[in-house]
Design a protein around this ligand. Structure first.
Ligand SMILES: NC(=O)c1ccc[n+]([C@@H]2O[C@H](COP(=O)([O-])OP(=O)(O)OC[C@H]3O[C@@H](n4cnc5c(N)ncnc54)[C@H](O)[C@@H]3O)[C@@H](O)[C@H]2O)c1
Ligand SMILES: O=C(O)[C@H]1O[C@H](OP(=O)(O)OP(=O)(O)OC[C@H]2O[C@@H](n3ccc(=O)[nH]c3=O)[C@H](O)[C@@H]2O)[C@H](O)[C@@H](O)[C@@H]1O
Length: 385
């Protein structure tokens, strides 16, 4: 049966140049496009481990609709050709783990701004549509965080809900290098917006709010460096798998809203297939109903992991660490992140579905199944590497 868009028009198969297709979000988006649509993907990345199951064997039903191109967009002249022969470019490539922002600020700024420039330029010059992945971090801190701790205004949504078209972007000082990522993302957003206004670039900007699920980041010492610090889901998963306490940075008081990757990918597919409704817009994509403090997240993950692994939790499941100890000098944090959903709701009729408990249950089941045995072996042979 032919697939139709939100306005009832038949969707024509398109060719999508997906940069950063081998990462967490890219792998889920490729999977969705292969299993549920007829679109073709030119998958660009330096790694392909997370999409290997979609590339091999040749007998897969979507054989021929996904091609992997191993290239670094920093320095590869093949990029323009791939964008030229596609209908749409989706740019996911970035350094996007907070542990890098204050310790590798130059790489972070180059990756999120300089390396994205040619992608924007090739799309603009060749009249190609662009979906660019930005971040909720462009909002920085909430206005409410500057009010006195006991101010009743802190409870007023006007002081904390993050709206695409009205909220300011509030970062810390330049010494707080944490904001190198958010600032680079903000500038590339402004450049894309200006290309739209001055040169007619057809664009959509996505601001993800803590998308989580299977294949996110890596487990240190198993499929990533032993000293590496991934994002919170993988940090806490690693602690649970190794039966170590979960580390709460600065008391775990920061608040986040977590969304299941599969809900978020539905929103991206709507953007891909409804250009008239998505172009020229910036969209928050998150789940305002799944808000917790990092401490509450740690407690819930401990409970869920115990359920899915059948192992009782350790006696002291969490431990406090300072941000300086955990991330080093120059770290700072977003206090609270609740997305306003008005624009995406109006344009695409999209809403998130999965509760935090349910998404943690399916994600931690995956983590346990994928890593528990490897961790056991690594612990049994600690000096092998
Ligand atoms: N996961 C989230 O919740 C989240 C939240 C906010 C923003 N984002 C944004 O979404 C995008 C994707 O995030 P993710 O979670 O999938 O991250 P990820 O690190 O899993 O994926 C990024 C991919 O880009 C590739 N890449 C980086 N630089 C490259 C280069 N120079 N050439 C070729 N490939 C390169 C990496 O190898 C990686 O596979 C990023 O732009 C990120 O800033 C993600
Ligand atoms: O996912 C997003 O929407 C965006 O936010 C993330 O930033 P952040 O949420 O701060 O990153 P996490 O590593 O997931 O940390 C969440 C919170 O947990 C805390 N944390 C992290 C790890 C840990 O072991 N313990 C711990 O308390 C952090 O200090 C922070 O307050 C990253 O910057 C990006 O991937 C992305 O742009």
């Amino acid at each position: 049966m032919a697939r139709v868009d939100l306005d009832g028009n038949t969707i024509k198969p398109m060719t999508i140049c997906m940069i950063g297709a081998g990462g967490f979000i890219g792998s889920h988006l490729c999977e969705k496009l292969m299993t549920e649509t007829q679109h073709t993907v030119l998958a660009v990345d330096v790694y392909n481990d997370k999409i290997k199951h979609l590339l091999e064997p040749d007998s897969l039903p979507w054989n021929g609709r996904i091609q992997f191109h191993r290239l670094n967009i920093k320095n590869d002249s093949r990029l323009e050709g791939l964008i030229k022969c596609s209908d749409l470019t989706i740019n996911l490539a970035a350094i996007c783990t907070p542990a890098d922002y204050n310790t590798r600020p130059l790489d972070t700024i180059y990756s999120n701004f300089i390396d994205a420039l040619p992608v924007v330029k090739y799309c603009s010059e060749n009249n190609k549509r662009l979906i660019h992945f930005s971040t909720c971090e462009v909002y920085g801190k909430t206005i409410g965080s500057f009010l006195p701790k006991d101010s009743p205004l802190r409870q007023d949504p006007a002081y904390y809900i993050l709206k695409e078209d009205t909220s300011p972007c509030i970062f810390g000082s330049v010494e707080k290098q944490r904001w190198s990522y958010a600032c680079a993302k903000q500038l590339i957003e402004r450049l894309i917006y200006a290309e739209g206004a001055e040169n007619g670039l057809e664009f959509t900007i996505v601001r993800p709010f803590n998308w989580i699920g299977p294949r996110m980041d890596f487990i240190p010492g198993i499929d990533g460096p032993s000293e590496g610090v991934p994002r919170v889901l993988a940090c806490f998963s690693n602690n649970l798998l190794r039966r170590e306490p979960l580390k709460l940075v600065d008391g775990g008081e920061s608040q986040r809203t977590f969304i299941y990757i599969k809900d978020a990918i539905e929103a991206v597919l709507l953007m891909i297939e409804n250009p008239a409704r998505a172009s020229g817009h910036i969209f928050n994509v998150g789940n305002p109903n799944n808000e917790v403090t990092v401490r509450q997240l740690a407690e819930m993950m401990t409970q869920v992991y115990s359920k899915v692994s059948g192992e009782e939790a350790i006696e002291s499941p969490t431990i406090d660490v300072s941000s300086k100890e955990f991330y080093g000098e120059g770290y700072d944090d977003s206090d609270k992140r609740i997305p306003d959903m008005t624009i995406i709701n109006k344009q695409l009729g999209w809403n998130p579905k999965t509760s935090l408990w349910d998404l943690l249950e399916s994600t931690l089941t995956y983590q346990h199944r994928t890593y528990a045995e490897a961790i056991k072996q690594a612990i049994a042979k600690p000096s092998a590497n």
